[in-house]
Design a protein around this ligand. Structure first.
Ligand code: ADP
Ligand code: 5GP
Length: 185
């Protein structure tokens, strides 16, 4: 499953709940060049690596997809995803839209969900409330939101759009989407 949406829309909160609720669900640990922020655990939330290492790994085909977001590089290591899929596990990729479109092409069997905030004000409030970004970075992330939403709609890469108003209801909705897709697979 690919889950995308503007920063602060609630992706991580939804994924944390799904990991607890769905048997066999595993988190794909991305690699990134962004600095660690409060709550990050190296090797768990991300692999934090240098730009040189990222570029080397990208050249050697180590990534399923990569993208630049707000000045930093992000990528999904390919082998852990392929291995987990082979073992019949359910892999969750929380990635931005350009990466989501790459996965849509390479793994058309994936379920791709885009999470929308109820409105712009709540997106800002959630991002501010999380208190993880400095003002400049926060503004930059909010400025990205419209373009991400437009790309998600226009690219056709996402087969489901959900509005994260009440978190518990959104978790339920996403779980139902997954179970339904699984039943049809
Ligand atoms: P993302 O992973 O999309 O950047 P997070 O999951 O970190 O977003 O959520 C951003 C902030 O908003 C967090 O503080 C989280 O607790 C809060 N949040 C998530 N979903 C909701 C919701 N439905 N209503 C209110 N706050 C929410
Ligand atoms: P953050 O810095 O807030 O953890 O993530 C910023 C953005 O990068 C989010 O939209 C997140 O989903 C996305 N992201 C995280 N890991 C990856 C990845 O491996 N590939 C891509 N394309 N995007 C990622």
């Amino acid at each position: 499953m690919v889950i995308s949406g503007p920063s602060g829309t609630g992706k991580t909160s939804i994924c944390e709940a799904l990991l607890k609720r769905l048997p066999g669900a595993v988190w794909s640990v991305s690699a990134t060049t962004r600095p660690m922020r409060p709550g990050d655990v190296n090797g768990q939330t991300y692999e934090f690596i240098s730009q040189e290492e990222f570029e080397h790994r990208r050249e050697t085909g180590d990534f399923l997809e990569t993208a630049e977001y707000c000045g930093h590089l992000y990528g999904t290591p390919r082998r852990p995803v392929e291995e987990a899929v082979r073992q019949g596990k359910f892999v969750i990729l929380e990635i931005e839209v350009k990466g989501g479109a790459q996965v849509a092409q390479k793994m058309p069997e994936s379920v791709r969900i885009f999470v929308l905030p109820p409105n712009r004000e709540s997106l800002r409030a959630r991002l501010e409330g999380r208190r993880t970004e400095a003002q400049a970075q926060l503004r930059r992330r909010l400025a990205e939101a419209d373009g991400e939403i437009a790309f998600a709609r226009d690219s056709g890469a996402y087969n489901h759009f959900v509005v994260n108003d009440i978190l518990e209801e959104t978790i339920e909705e996403v779980e139902q989407i997954i179970l339904k897709e699984h039943a049809h697979a």
